[in-house]
Design a protein around this ligand. Structure first.
Ligand SMILES: *[C@@H]1O[C@H](CO)[C@@H](O)[C@H](O)[C@H]1NC(C)=O
Ligand SMILES: *[C@@H]1O[C@H](CO)[C@@H](O)[C@H](O)[C@H]1NC(C)=O
Ligand SMILES: *[C@@H]1O[C@H](CO)[C@@H](O)[C@H](O)[C@H]1NC(C)=O
Length: 508
């Protein structure tokens, strides 16, 4: 009986199981740890999943096959100074270009990747990360499989055009900058400039470099932007409850939230620290990329002073051991179980850098956020936090004892906390859980590989998209009439006689 059941299971696995390739050449830990949840779930459902990444599983589930790039590039972790300036916005473009180029070179040089491409293994779907490079699309092309894009954050500036999504700085938040959906005139000018800069830099530096790297191995790769437009779907780590209503075509699917697991009970000394917190806990973390301990002393002191003045206990992700703290007031560690802390009923507020992962976990558990953005998409996420009602923003440049104290008092207010609970309730109120949604559309592409659902906006030439030709057609008769009128006016009185005279003299 058991054997029959097992056989049945095997049969269903092999008839329904798809061959899926995931390509994640970027070494960002916070990115991959979102995708990993989706990839493991695909394998769990009987799909045969092959993954190119820097993060091979120690103990892979059945059907989960790693092609490991580990060890070729240093993993991005705790390696950004605390800083928020124009320079960090410009340097983001350079970082994206340099890392994207390296990611492409490392991946294509990998023997196992080369063998995979040579083997012409048949894949039903190839899923590629959409971040700093389109190199993976070249691999998907060589394997002749339909591609899906996915990301663990909001869209990059250069992703709008390929998906046919309107980017209008007047109301669309800009990935790297403040201002949210209600930017000031200054913000809009800033956005227009940086949008142009990031897109130009991407097309002429990053994409061109990847195209050249691919050309070293294959001689038939179409322009990468064309392959990008041919992606079937984009699984975007958004949900409108947090990121607001946006204008997305039907093939851009919001799947935000699937990486958050249930909170486990805390253990050992952290459990004791939290259990004994009479007035609750405030959690501080600036994520896995920024090194908190590079913060200047005055800012650190401002935060420590706030802790002294508040009745709550604090937990702070901090990387070195030099911080002298009152052990009854502050728990410091370089690694903390973030989900378990945020999911703990005693956690009252979260001071966060507003990475998409962290704020997604906060909205999941209904923990109010004080968002203090530094780089990347964080300024845009922080605006989302405030606009959604999940929390408020405090810019790092404005960080003082008073401002932080005010910020905490605002989000600890009962009225505010009730609103956050309502937002969190709406976040969970969906027709399908986000992981289910992500998997559904992945399987959909495998079931319907020949169809494409991109909006015509992605294919319309710019001059048509902004109606230049129509404007020209409408203006032409007006211009002709205007010119004609001007001529006749000029030629009234003496000149008329002259020309008349000339014509007459010609006739005669
Ligand atoms: C599953 O994927 C692995 C690794 O890519 C491959 O070697 C194997 O042939 C695949 N199995 C099936 C049944 O396609
Ligand atoms: C980041 O890593 C580089 C190279 O390992 C090192 O020189 C630099 O000091 C690090 N930066 C920070 C802020 O830790
Ligand atoms: C909490 O906020 C509400 C509404 O903004 C306000 O009326 C109330 O006074 C605040 N409560 C405290 C204790 O600050």
């Amino acid at each position: 009986m058991k054997l029959i059941y097992l056989l049945l299971l095997l049969v269903t696995c092999y008839t329904d199981g798809l061959n899926i390739l995931g390509i994640y050449p970027y070494q960002g830990k916070s990115h991959f740890f979102v995708f990993r949840v989706y990839l493991r779930e695909l394998a769990k459902r009987g799909h045969n999943v092959t993954i190119i990444s820097h993060f091979p599983e120690q103990d892979p589930p059945a059907n989960y096959h790693d092609i490991s790039l580990a060890g070729t590039i240093k993993i991005t972790e705790d390696n950004q100074s605390v800083r928020n300036s124009y320079w960090s916005v410009f340097s983001a473009a350079f970082y994206l270009a340099i890392s994207g180029k390296e990611n492409c070179q490392v991946m294509l040089a990998n023997k196992q990747v080369q063998e995979l491409i040579k083997s012409k293994q048949k894949f039903d779907v190839v899923v590629v990360e959409q971040f700093n490079s389109d190199c993976a699309l070249g691999v998907a092309y060589k394997l002749g499989a339909p591609a899906i894009g996915m990301s663990s954050h909001t869209l990059m500036p250069y992703h709008y055009k390929r998906l046919g999504i309107p980017y209008n700085p007047s109301y669309v938040p800009f990935h790297f900058l403040e201002g949210g959906t209600k930017p000031s005139l200054f913000h809009r000018v800033e956005r227009l400039f940086f949008d142009f800069f990031f897109r130009t830099f991407y097309y002429f530096v990053s994409q061109r470099s990847d195209q050249n790297t691919l050309a070293e191995y294959f001689d038939d790769i179409p322009p990468l932007e064309e392959l990008a437009r041919n992606m079937k779907f984009h699984l975007l780590y958004h949900n409108f409850i947090l990121t607001g209503s946006r204008l997305f075509p039907s093939n851009v699917i919001e799947v935000g939230g699937y990486h958050v697991s249930n909170a486990n009970p805390l253990t050992s000394d952290l459990k004791k620290f939290v259990d004994e917190a009479e007035h609750g806990i405030i959690f501080i973390s600036f994520g896995s990329v920024i090194k908190s301990s590079t913060m200047t002393t005055d800012k650190v002191e401002a935060i420590l002073e706030v802790m002294k003045r508040m009745p709550q206990r604090f937990i702070w992700k901090w990387e070195d051991k030099s911080l002298i703290v009152d052990k009854n007031k502050l728990y410091v560690s370089h690694w903390l179980p973030q989900v378990d802390i945020l999911g703990h009923p005693k956690t009252l507020a979260f001071l966060s850098h507003a990475g998409m992962g962290g704020i997604t976990e906060a909205i999941h558990f209904g923990v109010p956020v004080v968002a203090m953005p530094f780089l990347g998409d964080q300024p845009a996420n922080a605006a989302d936090v405030e606009e959604s009602g999940l929390g408020i923003q405090l810019q790092f440049r404005d960080l003082t004892t008073e401002s932080l104290l005010n910020a905490f008092q605002t989000v600890l207010n009962t009225t505010f906390r009730e609103k956050v609970k309502k937002v969190s309730k709406a976040w969970h109120d969906r027709p399908m859980p986000p992981l289910e949604t992500a998997i559904y559309w992945t399987e959909f592409v495998a079931r319907n590989p020949d169809l494409n659902f991109r909006t015509a906006a992605a294919d319309t030439p710019l001059y048509q998209y902004i109606l230049l030709d129509v404007i020209a057609v409408l203006l032409t008769p007006l211009i002709i009439i205007f010119v004609a009128l001007k001529r006749t006016r000029k030629s009234s009185a003496p000149i008329v006689k002259k020309t008349n005279g000339k014509k007459k003299s010609k006739k005669t």
